[in-house]
Design a protein around this ligand. Structure first.
Ligand code: PMP
Length: 441
């Protein structure tokens, strides 16, 4: 008979991701319920969700259509193997999704997360060139201060130092564009910064260095979120598109945080008027309820795989849970909810009120820049000497004490509320942040 394991403190076994585990265990922040714009914590306090969970709960929490869709699906078909078979909802979801994407991006490959979407897109780019007889195009170009998840492809093309420095080995043959953050010229821009389109020409430098014939793809986030909410300067993405076209390089947009309404259109590609060849999404696709991601591929890319000799499998890639029935059901419920509430364009209606509110923090202590578009904003603080990120983290803790959830990334406080937000929530969010900035100062 097995004996009862020794009693252990309930916080001892869980090694938490992305968390200062030692600090957390002294002052745990445990969420137990959520509804609409609010979480509830273990003490029963209501916490206003200023970040849509983690840029994902775009329709707000506990939406009945999504809950019912998941419940019903679990009882009906819990799993279908993704290997040489599927289930109807995966097809239905793909059809529904491509009604929303920019023209041409009408093939959908399902994954379970943003990191998986990124690595899938990178592999698709390499395989596409190989399928066309250009297998010498193996080089991948990312950008400094890019975040593309935590798998090896993503951290290799990513430019977030903390994500890379512990791990040593990265993919070989990767290079990086310069980032576009230029506070000297663009601080406190409202919406897209004016200066910096020419930074896209940095791709020409890499083409000259490596030769275009070695380059498979360039991947960028239209708005870099995890490294501080960095917006593309006006004209930058257009110029990147032109250079890619000139040299036969695929352009990949990582829309894991910008997808599904964050910037005022379904995708940032539409907000900025630039269509990539491949687009990665996750998060808002299933409203964060069940893990799910996808890569949207241009028809031309997909068709390249279909025109060669017929093999048993054209693109040898996928996951056990690709197009999982529960995730598909959740995503269909999510798309219904977005449509019924007009959420995929709601950020464009609210963005001027949101911009006005966040820019009212301009004169608060230590604020050195504010960046925004749609319903996302970054408030950058001057770092404390010897303690990068600590001031923003203290602001996060203070807001938490006041019952408001914000996120920090480095010295930037990021806001990305659910798209159902109302003006009174915006006031509370920004005023709580204002008080926190003053107290922490
Ligand atoms: N790409 C971007 C742009 C992201 O912001 C994120 C997550 N914040 C990812 C990829 C990774 O997504 P996930 O955590 O679902 O793997």
């Amino acid at each position: 008979m097995s004996s009862t394991p020794d009693a252990k403190p309930s916080t001892s076994a869980y090694w938490m991701p992305f968390t200062a585990n030692r600090q957390f265990k002294k002052a745990p922040r445990l969420l137990t319920q959520a509804d609409g714009m609010y979480f509830r914590d273990e003490q029963g306090r209501q916490v206003l969700d200023g970040i849509a969970g983690l840029w994902c709960v775009n329709a707000g929490h506990n939406r009945p259509r999504i809950v019912q869709a998941i419940q019903q699906q679990a009882a009906e078909l819990d799993f279908a193997p993704p290997f040489q078979m599927s289930h109807p909802k995966a097809f239905e979801l793909a059809e529904r999704l491509v009604q929303l994407t920019p023209a041409g991006l009408n093939k959908v490959f399902f994954t379970n997360s943003g990191s998986e979407s990124v690595d899938t897109a990178l592999k698709m780019a390499l395989a596409y060139h190989r399928a066309r007889g250009e297998g010498h195009r193996t080089r991948l170009i990312g950008r400094e201060r890019g975040y593309h998840g935590v798998n090896f492809g993503g951290i290799s093309v990513g430019g977030m130092v903390a994500n890379r420095k512990m791990f040593g080995t990265m993919l070989s043959g990767v290079d990086h564009l310069r980032h576009t953050h230029d506070p000297a010229r663009n601080a406190f821009s409202v919406g897209q910064p004016q200066h910096g389109a020419e930074l896209a020409d940095d791709l020409e430098r890499l083409v000259a260095l490596h030769d275009a014939s070695t380059i498979a793809a360039v991947i960028v986030e239209p708005v870099a979120g995890s490294t501080g909410v960095l917006l593309p300067p006006q004209g930058y993405l257009q110029r990147l598109r032109e250079i890619c076209d000139r040299h036969g390089i695929l352009l990949i947009f990582d829309e894991v945080i910008t997808g599904f309404g964050r910037t005022g259109q379904p995708f940032a590609a539409q907000t900025f008027g630039v269509t990539p060849d491949l687009m990665t999404v996750a998060k808002g696709m299933s409203n964060g309820c069940v893990p799910m991601g996808a890569v949207f591929a241009h028809q031309r890319i997909h068709d390249t795989f279909m025109t060669g000799p017929e093999h048993l499998i054209e693109f040898f890639h996928g996951y056990t849970y690709s197009g999982h029935p529960l995730a598909c059901a959740a995503a269909l419920g999510t798309l219904d909810t977005y449509a019924e509430d007009g959420l995929l364009t709601r950020a464009s209606t609210l963005q001027s009120a949101f911009a006005e509110a966040v820019h009212s923090l301009r004169d608060e202590p230590h604020v050195i820049d504010i960046r925004n578009i749609g319903l996302v904003a970054g408030i950058e603080l001057a770092p404390r000497a010897q303690e990068p990120g600590k001031r923003a983290f203290d602001v996060f803790l203070d807001c938490w004490e006041q019952g408001v959830l914000v996120r920090t990334t480095g010295d930037t406080v990021a806001l990305s509320p659910p798209l159902i937000i109302e003006p009174e929530h915006i006031d509370r969010l920004v005023n709580t942040l204002r008080q926190a900035l003053r107290r922490v100062a």
